[in-house]
Design a protein around this ligand. Structure first.
Ligand code: NAD
Ligand code: UFG
Length: 355
C-alpha cells in the first residue's frame, strides 16, 4: 500500500485512475479545485470501489497553485501514515499530477492562464514535494507536444515541437522535471504522453463531462447520440488518410488508468529514474470509423457533415507504444468497440453528465 497524492483526481482521467488505485489497495489524498469537475465524480468512485473505500479516499478542495492547499494535502498524507503505523513518516509516497487545463483553443485565447495553472501550478507542486521529502511523480503529459509529427507511429524520440500554448505548457513542465531530477538525487519521475483518451468505466457511473460545447470528437459524438447536439462536424474530408478524415490513436480511459498504476509500481520499485513514455494503443482510427463504431454501440444513426479542416490539426497521430510495453509491462487491451460501448453506457445514463 502506498499513500498517494492525486492532483486533479476528480477529473476525467483522474477519477478513473483513482478507482483503479483504490482497487489496488492504495490510500489516496485527492487535491482538486473542481475548476473542470464535480465532487460527485469522487463520490461515485468511492461507491464503485465498494464498502470501506471511503476510508481510503481523502478529498481536499484546493488549488495546486496555493502552497497552503498543497500543505494541507501533505498533512493529510501524514495523518494516514499515523493511522496506518507505516515506517515512513514522510506522509505521501508518490504524486500523480493530473491537475491542469487542457483545451487547445482556450489556451490560444488565454495563454497566461495555461502558463499559470499548468506551469506555475506544477512548480508549486514540485516545491511542496521537495519540502515534504516526496520525490516520486507521475505527470500527465500529452502527445500534443509532438505538433505535426514527421514519423507515424511516433516514438518518444520524435522532436518536441508544440504548436499551441497548451502544448508549450506541457513541454515546459517536462523540461522543468528534467532540470529538477538532475539537480539532486532521489527523484523518480514518469512523464506519460497520452494520445486520445476516450470511453468510460463500463458501469457507466463515471465518465467524461466536459463544460459547454465539447472540443473533442468523442464527447461531441456522444452528445449528438444522446440528443444534446444536432450533428457532428467532421473537420476535413481531404486529409491524406485512407478515408480522408483525420486519424488518431484512441485509448480507453481504463487502459490509461491501468497504465498509471503500472508506471507508479515501476517507479516505487526502482532507483532514481526519469521515464518519458507514450501511452497509446499503436492503432489509428479515422473520424468516420469512430462515428460508425459509435453508431453500432448506440444503435442509432449519428448525423454528420464534412466541413473544412480545423486549424492546428495533423492528418494522423498514432503512438509507438513499444517503450511503455517493455518498461511497464503494460499495453492497451480494449478495442474501439469497447470505448464506444462504455462511452455510451456513461452518456446514455447521464445525459447531462454529473449535473
Ligand atoms: P479534466 O479537466 O477532466 O481534469 C483535470 C482536473 O484538474 C479537474 O478535476 C480540474 O478541476 C482539476 N484542476 C484544474 N486546475 C486545477 C488547479 N489549479 N488546482 C487543482 N485542481 C485543478 O482533464 P483530464 O482529461 O482528466 O486530463 C487530466 C490531465 O491529463 C491534464 O493535465 C491534461 O492536460 C492531461 N491530458 C489530457 C488529455 C485528454 O485528452 N483528456 C490528453 C493528454 C493529456
Ligand atoms: N474532430 C472532428 N470533429 C470534432 C472534433 C474533432 O472531426 O468535432 C476530429 C479532429 O479533426 C481530429 C480528431 O477528430 O482529427 C480528434 O480530435 P480531438 O479534438 O478529439 O483530439 P485531438 O487529437 O485534436 O487532441 C486531443 C486533445 C489534446 C491532446 C491530444 C493528444 O484535445 O489535448 O488529443 O493526442 F493533447
Amino acid at each position: 500500500m502506498a499513500r498517494l497524492l492525486i492532483t486533479g483526481g476528480a477529473g476525467f482521467i483522474g477519477s478513473h485512475t483513482c478507482l483503479v488505485l483504490l482497487e489496488a489497495g492504495h490510500e489516496l489524498v485527492v487535491l482538486d479545485n473542481y475548476a473542470n469537475s464535480s465532487p460527485e465524480a469522487l463520490r461515485r468512485v468511492a461507491e464503485l470501489a465498494g464498502p470501506g473505500a471511503a476510508n481510503h479516499l481523502h478529498v481536499i478542495e484546493g488549488d495546486i497553485r496555493q502552497p497552503g492547499d498543497l500543505e494541507r494535502a501533505f498533512t493529510a498524507g501524514r495523518a494516514i501514515t499515523a493511522s496506518a503505523q507505516s515506517a515512513n513518516a514522510a506522509g505521501i509516497d508518490a504524486v500523480i499530477h493530473f491537475a491542469g487545463l487542457k483545451a487547445v483553443g482556450e489556451s490560444v485565447a488565454e495563454p497566461l492562464r495555461y502558463w499559470d495553472v499548468n506551469v506555475t501550478g506544477s512548480r508549486q507542486l514540485l516545491a511542496a514535494m521537495a519540502a515534504n521529502g516526496c520525490r516520486t511523480l507521475v505527470f500527465s503529459s500529452s502527445a500534443t507536444l509532438y505538433g505535426y509529427p514527421d514519423t507515424v507511429p511516433i516514438p518518444e524520440s520524435a522532436p518536441v515541437c508544440p504548436i499551441n500554448p497548451y502544448g508549450h505548457s506541457k513541454a515546459a513542465v517536462e523540461r522543468m522535471l528534467a532540470d529538477v531530477a538532475a539537480s539532486e538525487p532521489g527523484w523518480r519521475i514518469a512523464s506519460l504522453r497520452y494520445f486520445n483518451p476516450v470511453g468510460a468505466h463500463p458501469s457507466g457511473r463515471i465518465g467524461e463531462d466536459p463544460n459547454g460545447i465539447p472540443n473533442n470528437l468523442f464527447p461531441f459524438i456522444s452528445q449528438v447520440a444522446v440528443g444534446r447536439r444536432e450533428q457532428v462536424q467532421v473537420f476535413g474530408g481531404d486529409w491524406p488518410t485512407a478515408d480522408g478524415s483525420g486519424v488518431r490513436d484512441y485509448i480507453h480511459v481504463m487502459d490509461l488508468a491501468e497504465g498509471h498504476l503500472a508506471a507508479l509500481e515501476v517507479l516505487l520499485a526502482g532507483e532514481d529514474q526519469q521515464l518519458t513514455l507514450n501511452l497509446g494503443s499503436g492503432q489509428g482510427h479515422s473520424v468516420l470509423e469512430v462515428i460508425r463504431a459509435f453508431e453500432a454501440a448506440c444503435g442509432q444513426r449519428i448525423p454528420y457533415v464534412i466541413t473544412s479542416r480545423r486549424s492546428g490539426d495533423a492528418a494522423s497521430t498514432v503512438a509507438d507504444p513499444g517503450h511503455a510495453k517493455s518498461l511497464l509491462s503494460w499495453q492497451t487491451s480494449r478495442t474501439l468497440q469497447e470505448m464506444c460501448r462504455d462511452g455510451w453506457a456513461w452518456q446514455s445514463a447521464n445525459p447531462d453528465g454529473y449535473r
